[in-house]
Design a protein around this ligand. Structure first.
Ligand SMILES: Nc1ncnc2c1ncn2[C@@H]1O[C@H](COP(=O)(O)OP(=O)(O)OP(=O)(O)O)[C@@H](O)[C@H]1O
Length: 269
């Protein structure tokens, strides 16, 4: 069985076990990300300790401003915690230079963000292989072919992004994230711009990446339906891990989210 995510009340135990090299695809240990100082300080992350097990699909949810994107960005080395540590595997990101962080992102993380970030002058196929080409990494062509077929792009591979639908463009972004078999796939609202059918296809692909390919996926979403594809949902509130749910269903996630919102509404009345 996969190692469990750390529950909020298991922080100390998690801190001890979490840094054991290789146990988690990524983890945060007492991570703090503060913006501003004094009275105006905002703690986007407020002492977050959590590990994301390998070969699992985890969704991160929570109210707007709860710190979801900040957590994702810190785990990706795109943002730097002001306290604590973040690890990719057993690599402490705080020990790396900017150049090393850039290389780590390129070599070890696949990104699927809401803006597809495809290059318009390249074909779908070239967009899929570009990061590896830039990194000078030799791709396993058989693997790339399998990814392209599994994302349903085999007959669109020579098309440019402008000749593809939004859903197809996002599938190119998913294929690009999978092509080099990164340790971790980070997705930030990957279905935000898509109609429900295309969104379901992209989520199915991420699910498949975990089930068939053994990848690790971490996805920020507001959508309980999308969270239903995950193995586990982690809920953030005010920069802290507030709750978690295994084997989530969209209805159970919705109910849990409502429970978070209720005290805030009561307090404002
Ligand atoms: N560069 C910044 N400067 C100041 N405050 C920031 C900055 N980035 C984020 N914050 C604050 O940190 C908190 C967490 O922001 P974050 O974007 O991580 O939340 P989120 O849960 O992803 O929100 P949303 O669901 O709306 O995207 C918010 O209060 C936000 O205003």
């Amino acid at each position: 069985m996969s190692a469990p995510l750390s529950a909020p009340d298991e922080t100390e135990d998690a801190t001890n076990s979490i840094t054991r090299p290789g146990r988690y695809a990524a983890c945060a240990v007492h991570a703090v990300r503060a913006y501003g100082t004094g009275d105006t300080e905002v703690r986007a992350l407020d002492d977050v300790t959590i590990g994301f097990p390998r070969g699992r699909f985890t969704a991160v949810m929570g109210p707007s401003g709860s710190g979801k994107s900040t957590l994702l960005h810190c785990l990706a080395g795109l943002d730097t915690p002001t306290g604590g540590q973040v690890f990719l595997g057993d690599t402490d990101l705080g020990t790396l230079s900017d150049k090393q962080l850039t290389r780590l992102r390129r070599d070890r993380i696949g990104f699927v963000f809401q803006a597809f970030n495809l290059l318009p002058t390249l074909t779908a196929g070239e967009n899929v292989t570009l990061p590896a080409a830039l990194a000078g990494t030799r791709l396993d062509q058989e693997w790339v072919d399998r990814v392209v077929v599994s994302v349903g792009l085999a007959d669109r591979i020579g098309h440019r992004p402008s000749e593809l639908s939004g859903g197809q463009q996002q599938r190119v972004a998913v294929a690009r994230a999978l092509a080099a078999r990164p340790e971790l796939i980070l997705a930030d609202e990957p279905t935000g711009n898509l109609d429900s059918r295309s969104g379901a296809e992209v989520l199915g692909l991420l699910r498949d990446a975990v089930d068939s390919l053994g990848q690790t996926v971490l996805m920020v979403t507001h959508d309980p339906g999308a969270a239903g594809y995950a193995d586990t949902v982690v809920f953030l509130a005010d920069g802290r891990i507030a709750d978690r749910m295994d084997a989530p269903t969209p209805q159970a996630v919705l109910d849990r989210l409502k429970a978070f919102e209720r005290p805030a509404r009561t307090a404002s009345r």
